[in-house]
Design a protein around this ligand. Structure first.
Ligand SMILES: CC(C)(COP(=O)(O)OP(=O)(O)OC[C@H]1O[C@@H](n2cnc3c(N)ncnc32)[C@H](O)[C@@H]1OP(=O)(O)O)[C@@H](O)C(=O)NCCC(=O)NCCS
Length: 193
């Protein structure tokens, strides 16, 4: 790809996105403290694959997520109202060994139960379909994580296989591009000017 086009594409991937209730800001170092606070909520940590034990321990977790802001898309989630309180994070990692695009999301418990994770994921997926030629997206959840499974099923994901991660069972969910296009095709696409 020509350098100018590569820069355009990277800028496009890390656009700020909005939904009816949320504002998705490209994840940056400045979000670290607030995001660590969300990771530290016991109800959130219960289902995390990588649980930080301190702010220092969170540094490489944040650093890894930041690497994906430009390449895949990774956002800090805020209320659209302008409230500066960070609600969570949504975006894409690369699941090894084949570097399959992996949807990952978490929200502060104060924001649970109102469809906000689904809204954030749908917007991120709609953006991904525009920015990337991915043929699929995967996600990894603990079998007891009913809320995350609910989000994934609504978005067109189904179980592909059972894994063991950090000594505990985890399920690999997968959605082909066609299923995602059907489910997220009508996600609001208005971007901030
Ligand atoms: C997973 C998480 C983001 C969900 O956030 P949320 O905003 O409450 O999710 P939504 O409201 O968009 O959707 C959750 C769905 O699961 C359903 N659900 C919630 N709890 C459930 C339960 N205990 N049993 C069955 N279904 C449940 C909800 O009813 C909803 O489906 P519906 O819209 O059909 O009613 C949030 O619980 C979280 O951050 N958990 C900790 C981190 C995590 O697990 N991340 C996912 C790892 S990939």
């Amino acid at each position: 790809m020509a350098p100018a086009r590569a820069v355009d594409r990277a800028n496009r991937i890390r656009e700020t996105l909005v939904t009816p209730r949320l504002r998705l800001e490209p994840l940056s170092e400045s979000h670290g403290d607030a995001l660590y606070a969300v990771y530290s909520e016991p109800a959130v940590g219960r289902f995390l694959m990588t649980r930080p034990s301190s702010r220092e321990d969170f540094r490489p977790i944040l650093h890894r997520a930041l690497l994906f802001t430009a390449s895949h898309g990774m956002w800090a989630v805020f209320p659209r109202s302008g409230d500066p309180r960070l609600l969570g994070r949504v975006g894409f990692f690369a699941y090894s060994p084949a570097a399959r695009p992996e949807l990952a999301f978490l929200l502060s418990p104060s924001a649970w139960g109102r469809g906000l994770a689904t809204e954030a994921c749908r917007r991120a997926l709609a953006h991904a379909l525009v920015c990337h030629s991915w043929t699929e997206v995967v996600a990894i959840v603990r079998p007891a994580n009913s809320a995350a499974i609910g989000v994934l099923r609504k978005l067109g994901f189904a179980v592909e296989s059972r894994l063991v991660l950090a000594g505990q069972p985890a399920d690999l969910y997968q959605a082909p591009r066609t299923a995602l296009a059907e489910r997220v095709g009508d996600a609001p696409r208005e971007d901030l000017a």
